[in-house]
Design a protein. Sequence first.
Length: 282
Amino acid sequence: MANLGIPRNTIEVLQKYHFNFQKKYGQNFLVDTRVLDRIIGAARITGEDCVLEIGPGIGTMTQYLAERAGEVVAVEIDKNLIPILEETLSAYGNVTLINQDILKMDLKGLAEERGKLLKVVANLPYYITTPIIMGLFENHVPLENVTVMVQKEVAERMQAGPGTKDYGALSLAVQYYAKPEIVANVPPNCFIPRPNVGSAVVRLSRYKTPPVPVENEARMFALIRAAFNQRRKTLANSLTNAQELGISKERIGQALERMELPAAVRGEALTLEQFAGLSNLL
Ligand code: SAM
């Protein structure tokens, strides 16, 4: 089968099947062999691995994955792509194709059946990047790493540290579960059709144990969400205004004092460790 990372091969397949792109599914197919090599290299795939690919499209990256992994499970929502994938992947005996919405799948079960940590690799549909990634982490799907193409801006938010404009709830949530590293920036001309924004490949290497001790994860994430909901306010005001937390201004003041933080500190100045500490105190 021809390498679909070469634009003319992708165009040939699309024409053969009279494929119509579905905007609602965030379809931007990758056509750049160097970027494909970078993604596959960053994911550190070996012959022992089971790789979960989210949204294989016409199978461009799936072919690269199938060459290197023990098994590839590719989950595609668009039923019109299934006959195409059956042709483009026909040479590989190690690919399981599933026509499903990734958000409705039992991925924990899928990993447990195989008895190993999954590696997740994907050129993600941008409209559901955050639910997919947070779903993998929050549901504790057994996985080693997640190597994904996302909007450049989202990749930067994942990697951002305290005090920067990109720092927020997504940075803290991702960094609680994994170490994020941007491994490539990818311009719009590497896709058919071209997206309106730049993209980046980010590798999230899952921690075996969280980097900070937290007594109640859900509580810490509720504090983080409240802190960044009203970014311009002081942390004390944001947390008091979030009535669902039920914490008085006085208690927050005492906790900040114990942590030797200024009373007027903003949430965006706190590290993950400090949010964990605050959550444990409150
Ligand atoms: N992997 C292909 C590539 O790199 O050329 C396609 C990437 S494209 C950005 C995203 C793919 O995800 C599309 O094939 C789209 O149909 C699929 N998709 C969108 N939403 C999905 C969902 N909820 N579950 C599974 N696949 C989905």
